[in-house]
Design a protein around this ligand. Structure first.
Ligand SMILES: Cc1ncc(COP(=O)(O)O)c(C=O)c1O
Length: 472
């Protein structure tokens, strides 16, 4: 048990299975029975899956079909133990990854890059997830800036809504992300970003679907700005990159964010989100092979042999790449379009319902698959409290306070949109006269807006990670 009991109370019961199953604090002396282990694991999965299967959970489970997952797990099992770094043993891995990158490249209009410069050829790599893709892109801009411009204190200018993965990468890589406040529509303020460009700037960044509000930044204007100043431009399409192209094809007005824009030099796009593959894969796509080369690491003189790897990761499971490939070829364009249609039908229904509730306001004017809600009348976290009591699990936002619902396939089940709108309306009644003073939802809510509160939240967040590593 931690010496800080309060930390555990703060984060709820993080060890609900400790009373039911043996807790291991060291290796068992003798190996356990496999059937018994499987039974235990199945019990835990059965407790947890219903939390999202009913369609009340925002984001995180993008496909949700258990048959789809069973198929991908079957594919994974064929290659789960194979290491993609040992490529002579698995030429299949080359097929999976090269074909996935070709398919994603096409989807992001990679063919257009040679129209701008006929020497350029869109080129990508597979990573373990969005954060990893962004890390590798940031690393490329650091190296490119140093080599081509002699920049030793590299800076990236980005809107305040940019995903923390950029700041995390900058933290690891000794870079700086200059965060610029967004405009009233929660989109990047391009002129304010321009004002932050200086001699140390290596790249700009924007999102195609921001995580907080789901909006697409004005990437076209950022592209012009990047070209004007000869900077890189990373587009974080981790969330939206795999669904916005299909939403655009359905006829919705989606701002162009991909390689059709001549200033876009990299795009991260997560296969493990709206690509509907297993968790643990993403793609990072560059405008040229030359740019991609900055990501590679080689050490020729290592006693273990001449070492080379494409990304920050070392050994990687071929099983995940096989499952990613299988998910994509089995979905096909038709499957992705159908999924996008169902998601947009649901999102549109929810948006229409929300528009009939005057106390609520949707944040952002160009969001599609994600709906971020706030209120100018009361604290929106009281509405979220009510929703939580009805089994909904939203994602909390701040600056301004609110919450978002990232619509995925589980929400497309019949009746979910209608139930959400009804519970939201009831939540508004609840929020107008709440029976307590401080909302219960919204992580460490009520202190987030003060300097002291931020420090407490930071400490609390670190305690949360610590608590997740305790066995009881
Ligand atoms: C816009 C955006 N960028 C990056 C990420 C990070 O992705 P991951 O959690 O796969 O590392 C996310 C995750 O939700 C995201 O929404």
């Amino acid at each position: 048990m931690s010496d800080d009991q309060d930390t555990f109370d703060l984060f709820g019961d993080m060890h609900p299975y400790n009373k039911r199953f043996k807790v291991f604090t060291r290796l068992p002396e003798k190996g356990r029975d496999e059937d018994e282990v499987l039974e235990e694991l199945a019990y835990m999965a059965e407790q947890e899956n219903p939390k999202w299967q009913g369609g009340q959970c925002s984001g995180t489970m993008y496909h949700g079909g258990m048959e789809h997952y069973a198929f991908l797990n079957k594919v994974f099992s064929l290659y789960s133990f194979v290491n993609l770094l040992q490529r002579d043993l698995c030429p299949s891995g080359t097929k999976f990854e090269a074909e996935v990158l070709a398919m994603v490249g096409k989807m992001l209009h990679g063919d257009d890059v040679s129209k701008v410069n006929r020497m350029d050829e869109e080129a990508g790599a597979i990573t373990s997830g969005g954060t990893d893709s962004i890390y590798n892109a940031m690393y490329v801009y650091r190296e490119w800036g140093r080599e081509t411009k002699g920049i030793t204190e590299p800076e990236v200018v980005a809107p305040a809504t940019i995903h923390p993965a950029h700041l995390k990468a900058a933290h690891y890589l000794g870079m700086k992300v200059v965060r610029v406040p967004v405009n009233a529509d929660f989109e990047a303020d391009v002129e304010a970003m321009r004002a932050q460009i200086n001699a140390n700037t290596v790249a700009l960044a924007g999102s195609a679907g921001t995580y907080p509000h789901g909006v697409v930044d004005p990437i076209s204007k950022l592209s012009d700005l990047a070209l004007e100043h000869k900077l890189g431009l990373h587009v974080d399409g981790c969330l939206g990159g795999f669904i916005l192209p299909w939403i655009e094809k359905l006829g919705y007005n989606v701002p162009v964010f991909d390689f059709r824009l001549p200033g876009v030099t990299s795009i991260s796009c997560d296969t493990h989100k709206y690509g509907y593959s297993l968790k643990g894969t993403s793609t990072i796509n560059f405008r040229s092979k030359e740019l991609r080369q900055y990501m590679y690491f080689t050490q020729e003189d290592w006693p273990g042999g001449a070492y080379v790897s494409p990304t920050a990761q070392g050994s990687r499971s071929a099983g995940l790449s096989a499952a990613m490939w299988a998910a994509m070829v089995c979905m096909g364009e038709e499957g992705y379009l159908k999924a996008a249609r169902a998601i947009m039908d649901t999102a549109d229904k929810m948006r229409e319902g929300i528009a009939r509730i005057p106390e609520l306001r949707i944040m952002g004017r160009n969001s599609t698959f994600l709906i971020a809600i706030t209120s100018d009348v009361f604290d929106p976290y009281f509405v979220n409290d009510y929703l939580a009591s009805k089994g909904w699990r939203m994602n909390g936002c701040q600056n301004p306070l609110g919450f978002h619902f990232c619509i995925t396939l589980p929400q497309t089940q019949p009746g979910i949109a209608e139930k959400f709108v009804q519970d939201l309306a009831d939540g508004v009644k609840f929020a107008k006269d709440p029976p307590y003073e401080v909302p219960k939802t919204g992580f460490l809510y009520g202190m987030g807006a003060t300097a002291d509160g931020r420090e407490m939240m930071r400490l609390g967040m670190r305690g949360y990670i610590d608590a997740g590593y305790e066995v009881e």
